[in-house]
Write a protein of this length. Structure first.
Length: 256
């Protein structure tokens, strides 16, 4: 069953790869790997995906002068990564929570007079996907590492889990640390829930100190609901790739 499915999907893709979205194909293989609990499926098709992507890039360079930037979003589950991306790319806030396994968004913007295609890779933060998630890291230009200002656990995991994971696979790739859900800092009900656990919202100064600890290029905050600070995050993601700060050599992530 598995081999027959793989054969059918692979042959279809190879025959029609110019008409089929590479990202749609990779998303399909990711879902298939999870269905059959087989990271090897994803690994095999990841390399096939990358090979075909190189061919596509060769053709795109002949007709499209825009700069391609890959931005991967990481962080604990439920911190608002997907809401942030949907709010930014569609100008709307999702009303229903659906846990992300793997998803991809894209947007086009202008930086310093040049057109930039920003690819936004949404990842699953749950432990179940710890082995598969790094397969989306190669060729990453910048990471956006998120935590919720209303969750001490997600904040602590910035330095306990996420920064080490990124540095293990992509030691030279820049990180932007982002505190999400800032609209809830002054929400009475949300604060009351935190107070019952003897917790307070993470302050901006605490976020900045964490950014310094993990050597992030900057610290920013946002609300996907109100869109406060939202655009600045992705403007900064583009800037730190195209115009990195002096004396800090930047490399893309090339290894698993």
């Amino acid at each position: 069953m598995v081999l027959e499915t793989l054969k059918s999907v692979t042959l279809s893709f190879l025959q029609n790869w110019k008409e089929v979205s590479l990202q749609q194909y990779y998303n399909g293989m990711f879902a298939l790997a999870l269905t059959f609990h087989s990271p090897r499926i994803l690994l095999f098709h990841y390399f096939l995906y990358m090979a075909m992507e190189i061919l596509c890039e060769g053709e795109e360079k002949m007709s499209q002068p825009s700069r391609q930037i890959k931005c991967v979003i990481v962080g604990d589950g439920t911190v608002g990564k997907t809401c942030m991306l949907i709010s930014y790319t569609t100008n709307s806030f999702p009303v229903e929570y659906v846990p992300t396994v793997f998803d991809n968004y894209s947007t086009q913007l202008t930086y310093d007079g040049n057109t930039v295609n920003l690819g936004l890779w949404d990842t699953a933060g749950q432990e179940d996907y710890d082995r598969l998630r790094p397969l989306s890291y190669p060729q990453t230009d910048v990471f956006v590492l998120c935590y919720s200002v209303m969750s001490r656990v997600s904040f602590d995991n910035v330095i306990n889990k996420w920064a080490p994971e990124i540095r293990q696979h992509c030691p030279e790739t820049p990180i932007i640390l982002v505190g999400t859900k800032i609209d809830l800092r002054d929400n009475a009900e949300a604060r009351k829930a935190l107070d019952t656990e003897n917790h307070m919202p993470i302050s901006k100064s605490q976020g900045q100190k964490m950014a310094n600890k993990i050597k992030a290029v900057t610290y920013l905050e946002c609300s996907a609901l109100t869109q406060q600070g939202l655009r600045q995050i992705f403007d900064e993601a583009v800037r730190c790739v195209l115009n990195p700060k002096p004396l800090k050599k930047k490399r893309t992530c090339n290894i698993l």
